[in-house]
Design a binder for this molecule. Sequence first.
Ligand code: SAH
Length: 244
Amino acid sequence: MHSFYLDAPGAAGQVAALPKDEAKHAAKVLRLREGDAVCALDGAGGRFSAEVVRAQGEHVELRLTAELPPNEPPVRLTVYPGLPKSDKLEFMVQKLTELGAAACVPVVMARSVARPDARDGEKRRERLERIAREAAKQCRRARPAEVDAPLDWPRALERMAGHELLIVPWEGAGSLRMGELRAECPGAKDIAIAVGPEGGISEEEVAALRAHGARVVTLGPRILRAETAVVASAALAMALWGDL
Ligand code: SAH
């Protein structure tokens, strides 16, 4: 079933017009007609089963037949990947949205090969937001993961330290596993995970994160690529504290 975003919070029983770009896609590309069943997402957490009640040119209206159970996880997960090359960041944003992460905040780390682009940085962020939106539609999540502009290290450190629990997977870690952290903090609701870029987190960065209360964990005896480490650690955290 196809999903569409509304541009305002919805309510069961209501008839809502799709925003122009969504309507165009529904009518011209997917050729939806009156009576077709779809899913409507309101971007504010509301999810509805819906029926097309009008489809004329670029004007598409849906009747929201019933509210669907919410599917936001019980934990707010923010992932801070070391800024990677842009195709890898796109992959991460897509997977993090599917896994239920609340936000993805890239961080310029010492060994980040990529640098934020002053010229078309905003364009890149818009593209990432579009990817998060498409991923949310595909997995019928009411809310896409937020994507922030890359942060420099001092600002990122301050922000990461502000979370209830900050987890840092590092291949140089001892033997602490995420599952053991869960036993220590079973009720954590605001979790952050910082993962190194392709070249890894530097020892100085790990020390600074530790000094700010981070818990350094292992993801096992194999070195994972940065994008694998992001997906694996987010999935683990969602299995331990969330709803996977
Ligand atoms: N420094 C490494 C690779 C970095 S992998 C090298 O080039 O040899 C990218 C990031 O993934 C790491 O910084 C770390 O945060 C995470 N990571 C990868 N494998 C891991 C493992 N086995 N345990 C914990 N974290 C890991």
